[in-house]
Each structure stands twice: as C-alpha cells, then as structure tokens.
Ligand binder design. Sequence first.
Ligand code: TXA
Ligand code: MG
Length: 320
Amino acid sequence: MPRPDIQPPSSAAVARACDLLRAGDLVAFPTETVYGLGADATSDHAISALFAAKGRPEFNPLIVHVADAAAAAEVASFDARATLLASAFWAGPLTLVVPRLPGSPLSSLVSAGLETVGVRVPGHPVARALLKAVGRPIAAASANRSGGVSPTAPMHVGESLGERVAMILAGGRCPIGIESTVLDASRDRLVLLRPGSVSVGEIESVAGPVEVPDRDPERPQSPGQLSRHYAPSIPVRLNATSVGSDEALLAFGPDGLIRGGVARVNLSPQGDLYEAANNLFAMLRGLDKPGHASIAVMTIPAQGIGIAINDRLRRAATAP
Ligand code: TXA
Ligand code: MG
C-alpha cells in the first residue's frame, strides 16, 4: 500500500490541510479521543468521499467538529440545556446530538437524513488550530475502516486507510484514547448513545437525569451502534481467567499474571482505568496477528471510564 503523507503539525502543514479540506479532500487529524478522518461538512462530494474511504454504511451519521460554541450555533440549534452542557464540557470529549438548524449549510449526508446532528468541539490543540484555520464545519469519523479498531496514533491511520487519506496531521498519541461520549440532547429526556470518558454522573450533575438504554443489540439506539464494531480480525474472548496455548492475552491490573499464551500485554499493571483506556486500541492492534488464534481479555471493572472500555470490548467480541 502506498505510504500516506504524514506531517508534523507545523503551521505550514495546518495551512496545507486547510487547502486540502477546502478542495474536498480527506485529512486525518489528532483529537484528544482518537484520530479523526475529516471532510468539509458543507460538501456532499467530500462527505461521500469520507463514507467511501471508511467503507461506512451511509445510514450511519457523522459528528461535525467545530472550533467553538459560536460555530456550533451556526449549524445546529441549542436549547438552554444543550447550551449548559456545551459550556460545561467543551472543548472536550462530549458529542451533543441536537436538532439541525433549518437552512444549515451542512450537507444532508452528514446526518444520514436525520433531523439531528452530532456536534463536538474537540480539545486537542492541533484539532483546534485546524478548525480555527479552516473556518468551516468539519465532519470527522474515527480514521479507520468501518467496524475496525479506532486509531490512537498516526501510524494506525496509515495502516487502516493507506492512500485513502490525502494527509495525516501527526500529533502523537491521543491523550484519552477512547471515542467521545455521545449524548442525545434533542428530545425531552437526555439519552446516552455511546459511553465515553465524560461519565453519566458528570453529565447528570450539570443537566439532570440521563437515560441509559439497555443495550439491546437488535435495536441499536444510535445508527452507529451496530453491535460488531471496534473489532480486530481475530476473535476476542472476554472475562478470561485462563489463556489457551495459541491465544494472546490482554491483561489488566496487578493480577494480570495468568500463565500461558503466545503473547501478552497489560492494559495497566497498576489497575488504572484511564491508562487502560489509553492503551486499549493500540494493544488490540498489537495483538491482532495472524499467528494468534484469538485475544483473551481479562475482566475490566465497569466503573468510570471502564464502562466505555467494556462497551468497546463487548462490540469487539461480537461474532461477525
Ligand atoms: O471521539 C470521537 O467522537 C471521534 C473523534 C474523531 O471526534 N469520532 C468518532 O466518530 O468516534 P465515529 O463516526 O466513529 O462515531 C460517531 C458516532 C456513531 O456511533 C454515530 O452513529 C453517532 O456518533 N452519531 C453521529 N451523529 C448522530 C446523530 N445525529 N444521531 C445519533 N447518533 C449519531
Ligand atoms: Mg468509529
């Protein structure tokens, strides 16, 4: 596969990324969560190219990334509660699903024909510099092929997308490493669509009760919540207490010393869930080798960001 153009995020590289985006090309950039594959959200042509590059079903809407709340208000409508949430958590890893503004400049493909749109203001300095400089809304999905493991380093983007991406702005490893919390703020009740590092408790302390739908794989809440997702090419086995001789072990915590297996890494030897979230996708990629029969994953506590880790692991473990 030809090598993609990977650039450190100098001001010249950011300017070139803006030119590419304005011309309808795809640019990958770092956010505090994962690397995004960005496209001009006002261009049908650019958005179609983004869906094609990811191999993503067109019914799965994209998140629109903007530089600040004022830019968000140009594409979507924010009631008092959504405004409160935006001021509490932006810039940061919370995506708000809110009504599209009538007459919004966004391509209708961005929200897959829905009347709502997911909007976020990322906190990563390179993402912010890019969004400020480009001066228009940028739709960005995780910069991997659809259904695969999200990228947390520039190299992962290159491995997933190759020449499908015109340029990669390389900002090192993503500090959080797991995608944003997605919250539906378009209805009477707030509904959690995807757990992330902003917890339900934090949201509730700002804006009141949040409904957390029972995870029913037959009835995805968000079009993107297809059950199999974030998946390596080999099977993933959860809550492992032993490891087969042909398996790779993804351990967690000080007790992560199960014997056996062909390979082993520990998400966090000290049992720190933030460290585990940060390592999750890179370690899944590292263990995804043809010589490994499957990846056995130890139990991760379902508290705080551990809820988001378990959500991603469950989807990774869902049979195709
Ligand atoms: O952290 C993140 O959110 C990363 C970085 C790049 O910002 N982006 C990301 O995008 O994870 P993506 O496309 O991989 O996931 C977007 C999720 C999908 O589950 C999608 O269905 C949901 O957000 N979503 C987007 N717009 C929506 C809408 N209008 N209604 C319901 N769900 C929506
Ligand atoms: Mg994704």
